[in-house]
Design a protein around this ligand. Structure first.
Ligand code: ADP
Ligand code: MG
Length: 238
């Protein structure tokens, strides 16, 4: 579960081709980071995978099946946003339960999944609080909890830590990496932060103006950057 293939996927907004046709394979269980400067198309690419934007061309396959036309809720993926998007009037438990309730899941299965997510994310102590009574890091955990309970084939993160202060960011980075080690679910993580990319990724996809400059492990990109753009971005001494 969680193998995602992009075959000549492209996106234009009006006249502007933001993503020229692009091929990419994300393997089952991989932690893939899309990195590149602001405006290079990272969010757009993630939103195409999530189905929040329609492709202008090409095909997206999830676990072998053509998902190009599949609506977001049916792709089996869960997106975590930087803005958390929590409901302020609901408790942590209700926030996490919300997508399950909407899907009409039986109460006992909802409870099993929520208790499990709360344990994995250390949310148990504040499960009855509202978002306003939580720190930034705790809120981000709730947002991740809401994704976990859906038991998705892949998690999609769009700069989830950019609203947090530097110290907290380091801690949350570790938490997400640990979560990946525990769940072994495919994760696609968008950031413009080189350190995040180098420390979290199994595979880094370096984007520039909507195209892929290079794909490789952090070590590969560091040792053998294909060009000065990649070298400069990754911080290797080329
Ligand atoms: P990143 O996430 O890497 O900062 P984005 O994917 O948000 O970049 O944006 C890539 C390019 O696409 C930018 O030039 C942006 O202005 C443009 N863009 C993104 N969304 C839209 C939209 N809905 N309509 C028009 N242009 C857009
Ligand atoms: Mg973005």
């Amino acid at each position: 579960m969680g193998r995602i293939t992009l075959d000549k996927v492209a996106k234009r907004f009006g006249e502007v081709e933001v993503i020229p046709p692009l091929d990419l394979t994300i393997e089952e269980g991989e932690f893939v980071v899309f990195v590149g400067p602001s405006g290079c198309g990272k969010s757009t690419l993630l939103r195409l995978i999530a189905g929040l934007e329609d492709v202008s061309g090409g095909q997206i396959r999830i676990d072998g099946k053509d998902a190009t036309e599949t609506p977001p809720a049916k792709r089996g993926l869960a997106m975590v946003f930087q803005s958390y998007a929590l409901y302020p009037h609901m408790s942590v438990r209700k926030n996490i339960a919300f997508p399950l309730k909407m899907a009409g899941m039986p109460e006992d299965e909802q409870k099993r999944r929520i208790d499990n997510a709360a344990k994995v994310l250390n949310l148990t102590d504040y499960i009855d609080r509202r978002p306003g009574q939580l720190s930034g890091g705790q809120r981000q955990r709730v947002a991740i909890g809401r994704a976990i309970v859906r038991e998705p084939a892949a998690f999609l993160f769009d700069e989830p830590l950019s609203n947090l202060d530097a110290a907290l960011r380091v801690g949350m980075r570790l938490e997400i990496t640990e979560l990946h080690a525990r769940l072994k679910t495919t994760m696609i993580y968008v950031t413009h932060d080189q350190v995040e990319a180098m420390t979290m990724a199994d595979k880094i996809v370096v984007l520039r103006a909507g195209h892929i400059e290079q794909v490789g492990s952090p070590l590969e990109l560091y040792r053998t950057p294909r060009n000065l753009f990649v070298a400069g971005f990754i911080g290797s001494p080329k």
